[in-house]
Design a protein around this ligand. Structure first.
Ligand SMILES: C[S@@+](CC[C@H](N)C(=O)[O-])C[C@H]1O[C@@H](n2cnc3c(N)ncnc32)[C@H](O)[C@@H]1O
Length: 316
């Protein structure tokens, strides 16, 4: 099913001008491995900053959930990845003797297998029920259980959406929540280019490999014939709008065939495929995104440099 969707999205995205491919397709086995390397790069401040928040402020974050004595809750994580930050929150919930189930959702089965393995080793008593799939399509399942939910959407995942997409995503998320449920939304905060751009264009070339892996994935899974030597990683960041974008740029005029959809695509010299958007936030941008939904910001936790923010948002 994911392969069919992949074919459709690639066909649609490469048929449009400008060309684009959804960033969720970065995360195959190789993409997951590269993303773990990205999180450990000196330039990639996002994970370190959010990690600091979870290491140092998990107890305060939990207090903001208003958990009642004897209450059972569900901690649902959208795009859980390897759960390195979440684990601090889970430890703290266990320390506070909260009864809860952890429900990570991820499109990458590989990420989920690794996550389950890790959680079983580090927190054997954890009740975990992982779900494989696209979180956009799984939101309606959220309402099925009567327990109060804490939705974790960390790592600036929402930054991979345009403002329109983020607004409609938050609206459909809030429709599937009940009064009293909460969202923990991790966002990268707007800051200067000298800090942001290297996170998407590191000296060791890991972000380049991560971006180019999308072409390799299409070669592998969709029988495409992208020549990796004639596309380059091309990131940019505009501080005034607070948006970083990554592209794959064709270094020459060329034709690429995608066997699985039986189609050829023309590229001009310097023509780009838009592969990722990384929106940076501030309070007023977030307010605009959630304004039309029955949601209200309760708290904002930040790291000591105020580079990253985890907002606690109430479903009112
Ligand atoms: C940037 S990583 C962040 C992981 C983790 N949340 C963190 O903060 O470290 C994004 C994760 O979301 C998953 N993902 C991306 N798009 C998704 C989608 N539409 N549905 C489900 N999972 C998705 C990826 O497979 C990946 O594991």
């Amino acid at each position: 099913m994911i392969l069919e969707q992949f074919k459709q999205d690639v066909n649609l995205g490469l048929s449009q001008t400008p060309k684009h491919i959804p960033s969720k397709y970065f995360y195959d086995k190789r993409g997951d491995e590269l993303f773990v390397q990205i999180m450990n790069m000196p330039e990639y401040y996002l994970t370190r900053s959010e990690m600091e928040i979870f290491q140092q402020q998990s107890a305060d974050i939990i207090s903001s959930f208003d958990i009642q004595k004897g209450e059972e809750i569900e901690v649902v994580e959208l795009g859980a990845g390897d759960g390195t930050k979440t684990i601090h929150l889970l430890f703290e919930l266990i320390r506070a003797r909260v009864t809860f189930k952890y429900i990570p959702i991820d499109i990458s089965s590989n990420a989920l297998i690794g996550l389950e393995h890790r959680m079983k080793e580090e927190i054997p008593e954890l009740a975990i029920n992982s779900l494989h799939g696209d979180y956009f399509q799984m939101l309606s399942d959220l309402k099925k259980s009567p327990n109060r939910k804490i939705i974790l959407f960390l790592g600036s995942n929402i930054g991979n959406m345009s403002d329109e997409q983020a607004t409609s995503f938050i609206a459909s998320l809030s429709k599937n929540l009940n009064k009293g449920d909460k969202i923990v939304l991790g966002v990268d905060l707007i800051k200067e280019k000298e800090v942001v751009l290297p996170a998407y264009n590191d000296a060791a070339g890991i972000t380049r490999d991560f971006n180019l892996n999308l072409l390799e994935r299409m070669n592998r899974e969709l029988h495409a014939n992208f020549d990796l030597n004639s596309f380059v990683h091309d990131p940019e960041y505009h501080e005034s709008e607070g948006i970083a974008k990554s592209f794959l740029k064709s270094t020459k005029k060329q034709t690429v065939e995608i066997g699985a959809i039986n189609k050829q695509f023309e590229f001009e010299e310097n023509e780009r495929i838009h592969t990722e958007i990384s929106r940076k936030y501030n309070d007023s941008i977030l307010k605009k995104i959630i304004d039309q939904s029955p949601l209200s910001v309760k708290h904002r936790f930040t790291d000591h440099k105020s580079w990253f923010g985890d907002y606690i948002i109430d479903r009112v």
